[in-house]
Design a protein around this ligand. Structure first.
Ligand code: PEP
Ligand code: MG
Length: 749
């Protein structure tokens, strides 16, 4: 049996434990068993820097949770300090040996320890010991090193839990997703127990069967996505497990078994429970220990399907409790957000993802605080009181009254500032020295159309048409799209509306059209997908053109363009759409067409593409991702994803210069346009139109009205000399504090 499969199973069973104490015990017991050692111990670093023994199989239990190794002391301290494994015999004779009282470790004569490192810092040490005085083999050491790398991810939240126990509340740290303070009760979007589901009868067999097929498609998409985000060092072996999940999802024993259950009158959850239980029991009874262990995979998958089913059911307000709620889940989906009444939606917490996940982008658009990438949180239940600070990436479970009061004060002062901003609604965004900047809104949900207008948007700078596609159950028909686009165009009257053609793929999957790819960010997405599905594109264009009629305010944007051929092909499809509508007697006109500059290849090619495009809009979210080769959704590399990286700033300046030479109107519609640190730089570069989440618009208008473009130019000149984003932020922070920009500490990165 593969070493890596073994360790994946240990890590997986730990990840499923309900509390950190059980989790760490699962790990040490699992390793002790698999490696046939006498001792396996886990030390984790506390706030004070010492290494606390948190779990052990084999050492005296009296020492657990009580004894710790001071920083830099003992063999464990040495491993932590050097970040290097130590594999020795006769540890008690080693000069650095430090006796742990109550541990009885003097009887063990071989010792191997590896550091647990997360985001560059040592968070703990994993130790194995044997009575026999024989060094661990290189294979055993390599096993421990590999396990340590995975374990560092699993136990990352351990310290937060301990703090929570000491202070009465649980405090989790994630990444800022969308600014603002949210308080309410937890409303879980997934992670439920299939095996406690009661028997139920289905009301409409056809609907239940349809739901089942959709559920399978959704979970297949999710499993594929997870498969591709796993550590590359483990990818081959771990992929085996995910492939097994995908095979199970396609296995007739499961798919038909559930269909037969529904056919027999059961509702979906109970039909699923019976099949999964039966399937798991079959594996449990097998002689081969490897196959026997697979019953866990089946149960795990059953729970996945059930969670997805629960999520799909949270479609009406009646499923929600009264009062403000904070949606919590591994991936809170766009439809979870869309289906929660805005007046109840107080925040979003995702175990995974980062500021540029579409969940965070949407939360920003709606002005809803969000915290991303807090890691797996176990033992949470609906109704638990929760407070989140979106700008700081902090989550507090069951906050005490002192903390609540503190945050309420902060929230009140934020609201007061927002109220002050309301008076700016009809004032222009003009710098003190007279440079006018047009502020447009980004949108995708019908729910955020009006907030943009209410906040004084001069146009709709980016309408993400994929969002309605994502919350629909099938590809929307031309007629459905027409109705929707009509509504959007009508709301904006004669103000410009920039509609982007479907930009799916990567982190924007369609539940009814799963795409399985090794590397989706570089795969079938944006314009590539549209052109390969030309009939979908044609009906989308027909719907847009019909919705605009003879009005001159529609502009069409193409996402992810990387080659001239794409523009030629698109033009042919647009010609077709116009000809078809014209022959059918519709009064339509050819809209201006532009591209998102988000693939770096576009920058040097703008001149050659000029005759096909009327404008450009910089998509700084994807442009940063591709310039820096950093996945915008991966919390592990979130610290490296930064639109204020000097290379991103320089590329944007290059785009603006090219646009000026080519007489191409240029705007920016990524999250950068609402980052106060970035706005003075963009203005200095020459950008005169910014498009952002409706909720951010008033703050940015305030900033522009406080700014002086000549001063912004000198700030930009200084920024051009900076070597990294910290240096850039130091320069921009100084300028923002000169302007007394409120909420300065809340950097949007
Ligand atoms: C961008 O990439 O900056 C952008 C605005 O598009 P999206 O975030 O929808 O990919
Ligand atoms: Mg993009």
């Amino acid at each position: 049996m593969s070493v890596l499969l073994t360790l994946t199973r240990i890590v997986q069973s730990a990840a499923e434990a309900d509390s950190p104490a059980v989790q760490v015990n699962c790990v040490v017991d699992g390793i002790q068993r698999e490696m046939a050692v006498d001792v396996c111990s886990l030390f984790l670093r506390t706030d004070h820097g010492e290494l606390l023994l948190v779990a052990s199989h084999g050492l005296g239990q009296a020492a657990i949770g009580r004894v710790s190794v001071p920083a830099g002391k003992g063999l464990v301290g040495e491993v932590a300090e050097s970040r290097h494994p130590l594999n020795i015999v006769e540890p008690a004779r080693h000069p650095a040996f430090f006796y742990l009282p109550g541990s009885d470790e003097e009887q063990f004569r071989s010792f191997c320890a590896v550091p647990l490192v997360r985001r560059g810092a040592v968070i703990g040490v994993l130790v194995v010991q044997r009575r026999a005085p024989a060094a661990f083999s290189p294979e055993e050491e390599a096993f421990l090193v590999t396990l340590g790398a995975q374990l560092a991810l699993v136990v990352a939240n351990w310290e937060d839990w301990q703090l929570a126990e000491a202070s009465g509340f649980r405090n989790l740290t994630g990444l800022p997703g969308a600014p603002g303070i949210g308080m309410g009760q937890v409303y879980l979007c997934e992670d439920l127990d299939l095996f406690s589901v009661a028997d139920g009868r289905c009301v409409n067999m056809q609907e239940e069967l349809h739901m089942w097929r959709q559920l399978l498609a959704t979970v297949q998409t999710e499993v594929k996505a997870e498969q591709s985000t796993l550590d590359s060092s483990l990818s081959q072996e771990v992929s085996g497990i995910f492939d097994a999940y995908l095979m199970l999802l396609a296995d007739p024993m499961l798919t038909q078994g559930v269909e037969e259950g529904i056919g027999g009158g059961r509702d979906l959850p109970s039909a699923l429970r019976i099949v999964v239980q039966h399937y798991a029991d079959l594996f449990m009874a097998m002689d081969d220990p490897y196959l026997r262990a697979r019953h866990e995979d089946i149960r795990h998958l059953g729970n996945r399907l059930y969670s997805a089913w629960i999520r799909s059911q949270h479609t009406s307000a009646s499923a929600l409790p009264q009062g403000p709620v904070i949606l919590v889940g591994r991936h809170v989906s766009v439809s979870d957000i869309a289906n929660t009444p805005r007046e109840q939606l107080a925040g979003v917490v995702c175990f995974q993802g980062s500021i540029l996940s579409h969940t965070a982008v949407l939360a920003n658009a709606l002005g809803v605080p969000a915290v991303m990438g807090v890691g797996e949180v176990k033992g949470l239940a609906d109704g638990v009181s929760i407070l989140i600070d979106g700008a700081a990436g902090k989550v507090f479970l069951e906050p005490d009254s002192v903390l609540q009061q503190e945050y309420s004060k902060l929230q009140a002062s934020e609201h007061a500032f927002t109220d002050r901003l309301e008076s700016l609604r009809d004032k222009p965004a003009v710098t003190r020295d007279g440079v006018a900047i047009s502020l447009y809104a980004n949108s995708g949900l019908t729910a955020d159309i009006m907030p943009g207008l209410r906040n004084g948007a001069e146009g709709l700078g980016l309408y993400r048409t994929e969002i309605p596609f994502m919350i629909s159950e099938t590809f929307p028909s031309e007629e459905e799209q027409y109705q929707l686009y009509r509504e959007v165009m009508a709301a904006y009257g004669d103000k410009p509306v920039y509609m982007r053609v479907l930009d799916i793929g990567a982190d924007k999957p369609l539940p009814y059209f799963p795409i399985h790819e090794e590397n989706p960010a570089l795969g079938w997405r944006g314009i590539r997908f549209c052109l390969d599905n030309a009939s979908l594109l044609l009906s989308q264009l027909r719907a847009m053109l019909r919705a605009a009629g003879m009005a001159g305010n529609l502009q069409i944007i193409l996402p992810m363009v990387s080659a001239l051929g794409e523009l030629r092909e698109f033009t042919a499809v647009l010609d077709d759409a116009l000809n078809q509508l014209d022959s059918a007697g519709h009064a339509v006109r050819r809209p201006p067409v532009g591209i998102m500059v988000e693939v770096p290849a576009a920058i040097s090619q703008l001149g050659k593409w000029r005759s096909y495009i009327d404008f450009i809009s910089i998509g700084s979210n994807d442009l940063s991702q591709y310039v820096l080769a950093v996945d915008r959704n991966n919390p592990r590399v979130a610290a490296s994803y930064d639109h204020l990286h000097p290379a991103v700033v320089a590329e944007i300046a290059r785009v603006v210069q090219a646009a000026e030479q080519l007489d191409l109107p240029v705007s920016l519609c990524g999250e950068m346009s609402s980052d106060p640190h970035a706005v003075p730089l963009l203005v200095a570069m020459g950008i005169r139109r910014l498009s952002m989440s409706a909720a951010q618009l008033p703050r940015i208008k305030w900033l522009i009205r406080a700014m002086d473009s000549a001063k912004a130019q000198s700030v930009y000149d200084e920024v051009c000399k900076a070597g990294d984003s910290d240096e850039i932020r130091a320069v921009t922070s100084a300028y923002l504090s000169d302007l007394a920009f409120p909420g300065l500490v809340k950097q949007t990165r």
